[in-house]
Design a protein around this ligand. Structure first.
Ligand code: PMP
Ligand code: GLN
Length: 383
């Protein structure tokens, strides 16, 4: 591995899922649902495959049906209008969207200010592009992990090229508020920064929380690349269909890079995701409601087992503090948890540059069947 990437070995998700397979433990580590998305959408993929739609290279930017459906979704939910031909790009999941955005927008040495803890592919993607990450750490208080706007402002220098934002936020479950997003937008305009915003959990917000796309804030539409994914919204993480929306200049830049990463994204699945995006609002409401029930179930179980639980306002992850259990090292805790309790979780430290700051936190995924969550909670209580 070259020097830029030497610090990135095997992702924690692969390591922890392998541990789950090897030990037979319940896998609440890697964030993937244990129930596939809607039957009718699976059928749509089968139909496309049988009818020979997408079995050969589809158009590079994505099939027109899907680009139109993405634009319609952004308009219907957020009042944002994007031209499907020039302002929408289909990617191989949000992962490619992040990597292609960094490769497209950064010059070597450019700084990227990102919220810490950050999703693991951010650091690697910034490194691939020769950029430098500058983390701004979300700090826990009674309401969860919060962004300190002064710290964010202080992190921006003359070398800062872009802000890499993620809301709803993996792994903390934080959903940035209107006030926070307003401040981020003002900062981006004032310092003339680009913003890449990962909104893959846009449909997973609970209670009073509301997902507000950064691109809807003043001055942001023209400087923001917004990333979405069918993996999260429709429970098809294996399909690897994601997308990017933004101005023709920014989306065009990302498209140029995508050509040489994957050239095109998987054909038949694009037809199916186009249908998924047009599902009635009830689909999205039911999905959200069922995840909220599971969140509550797991949060209650973890609390009963002695963890400090940060109830997430969004995503399908719960971050916990293990110190009330007399533990302080999340890595060590997660490596022995399968043996001790038959459960797999992820140490949040992997999402930090400042590993000390992340040490006491451990993430559990709740995108699992209720029975599975109940059994995991039972095992953790007996630990
Ligand atoms: N961003 C975040 C915040 C994620 O949690 C994930 C995956 N869970 C991704 C991006 C990658 O999404 P995809 O599977 O569509 O590549
Ligand atoms: N995004 C998922 C998570 O946070 C995992 C995706 C992956 O394995 N790369 O758990």
């Amino acid at each position: 591995l070259n020097r830029r990437l030497a610090e990135f070995g095997t992702t924690i998700f692969a390591e922890m899922s392998a541990l789950a397979t090897a030990t037979g433990a319940i896998n609440l580590g890697q964030g993937f649902p244990d129930t596939d998305g809607p039957e009718e959408i699976r059928e749509a993929a089968v139909r496309a495959l049988r009818e020979g739609r997408g079995n050969q290279y589809p158009p590079g930017p994505g099939i027109p049906e899907l680009r139109t459906a993405i634009a319609a979704h952004q308009r219907r939910r957020y009042g944002l209008s994007f031209d499907p031909d020039t302002e929408v790009l289909v990617t191989a999941g949000a992962t490619e969207a992040v990597a292609a955005s960094m490769l497209a927008l950064l010059e070597p040495g450019d700084e990227v200010v990102a919220l810490e803890p950050y999703y693991d592919s951010y650091a690697a993607s910034i490194a691939m592009a020769g950029g430098r990450r500058v983390p701004v750490t979300l700090r826990p208080d009674d309401t969860g992990f919060r962004l300190d706007l002064d710290e964010l402002r202080a992190a921006v220098t003359d070398r800062t090229r872009l802000l890499l934002i993620n809301t709803p936020h993996n792994p903390t479950g934080t959903v940035l508020t209107r006030a926070e997003l307003t401040a981020i937008a003002e900062l981006a305009v004032e310092r003339d920064l680009l913003v890449v915003t990962d909104e893959v959990y846009e449909h997973l917000v609970f209670d009073d929380a509301e997902h507000l796309p950064l691109a809807t804030f003043p001055g942001m539409r023209e400087r923001t690349v917004t990333i979405g994914s069918a993996g999260k919204t429709f429970s098809f993480t294996g399909w690897k269909v994601g997308w990017v929306t933004g101005s023709p200049e920014l989306v065009g830049a990302v498209r140029s890079v995508k050509q040489f990463l994957t050239y095109v994204s998987s054909g038949p699945f694009q037809y199916a995701v186009a249908e998924a995006l047009a599902l009635p609002d009830s689909y999205f409401e039911d999905f959200r409601r069922s995840m909220r029930t599971r969140r509550d179930l797991l949060a209650e179980g973890l609390t009963a087992a002695g963890f400090r639980v940060f109830a997430p306002a969004g995503t399908y992850f719960i971050t916990t503090d293990i110190r009330p259990l007399g533990e302080k090292d999340g890595f060590a805790f997660c490596r022995t948890l399968p043996e001790r309790a038959g459960v797999v979780a992820v140490p949040n430290a992997v999402f930090y540059d400042d590993r000390e700051a992340g040490a006491p936190f451990v993430r559990f995924a709740f995108c699992k069947k209720e029975d599975v969550l109940r059994e995991a909670a039972r095992r953790l209580r007996g630990m």
